[in-house]
Design a protein around this ligand. Sequence first.
Ligand SMILES: Nc1ncnc2c1ncn2[C@@H]1O[C@H](COP(=O)(O)O)[C@@H](OP(=O)(O)O)[C@H]1O
Ligand SMILES: [Mg+2]
Ligand SMILES: [Mg+2]
Ligand SMILES: [Mg+2]
Length: 329
Amino acid sequence: MSFEQELNIAKEAVRKASLLCAAAQHGLIDSEKHDKADKSPVTVADYGAQALVLSSLATAFPEDPAVGEEDSSDLRKPENAELFSKVVEYAQKIDSELDADSVLAAIDRGNHEGGSTGRFWTLDPIDGTKGFLRGEQYAVALALIENGEVVLGVLGCPNLPVDPANPNSEKGCILYAVKGEGAFQAPLSDIGTGKSISTDSVSDPAKAVFCESVESGHTAHGRSAQITEALGTAVEPFRMDSQCKYAAVSRGQASVYLRLPTRPGYEEKIWDHAAGYIVLLEAGGKICDTLGSPLDFSIGRTLKENKGIVATSPRVYEPVVKAVVASGQ
Ligand SMILES: Nc1ncnc2c1ncn2[C@@H]1O[C@H](COP(=O)(O)O)[C@@H](OP(=O)(O)O)[C@H]1O
Ligand SMILES: [Mg+2]
Ligand SMILES: [Mg+2]
Ligand SMILES: [Mg+2]
């Protein structure tokens, strides 16, 4: 098996970060969250999870750079001292060797620019922070990119039921994939016991189950309703936060994940997609952007050459992409 050590380290790092997030989600108080300069939310758990994952990677692979969503600039400001001390407190509960300086240093290992040569990790410590704050779905998403191609991905989904058919089953899944080796899921409580997962085999797009973001600012809900109608289904997409949508398509719970741009200049971030992308491809799925172009992870921190996302099980791919392209911008 290729990337065996990388996969083991990545799974364990995502498991630990998922534990931190789950511990923080219940009863999160105002002083544990913050608005970034772009007005998007961040919490002690986003920072703590980035510190845990990037410090594990720094120990195991000191030469590997990382592209992480968060940086420490706000945490270093005197007015955020309380937020910072909570981050350190949460991180130390999981890894007692971390202190204030090592938390800041680990977070700032995420400052790499990405690109097309060599290898780097990309991390979204909490994808779906808005879902996390609502007590709903979120994911810890970690991927390895080599020469511009995603080669490994791990998704920690602490609130996702282990059995897609049973919403009351144990909650907390880890999904993972290495390029060319299939996709797997294990309960977060026992990450050594992965079972192979695959997409559904629905071929009639009118029977396809669609999913999309909860947030109307992140995807155009009206346009997806038009697309499903054009494909002959009256059922609108179900809504779920984060890369759990890639998990849903990868394990046959949904056939299609649509992400339709809400404003022209927005560039999707590589950490919002890399881990879900490789898990989905290895589960048998297909993916492109809303113009039908392949996703390009080789040009920096964003997917700036792409517009939105269309991710599907294999047999509905062509009709769905055709309908999305026909629905215009
Ligand atoms: N205008 C926009 N269009 C698309 N995605 C956006 C967006 N503004 C923010 N996002 C991204 O949407 C992600 C959440 O995805 P979803 O909507 O599927 O739950 C956020 O990740 P974070 O929560 O990590 O910041 C953020 O990066
Ligand atoms: Mg964010
Ligand atoms: Mg994200
Ligand atoms: Mg995030």
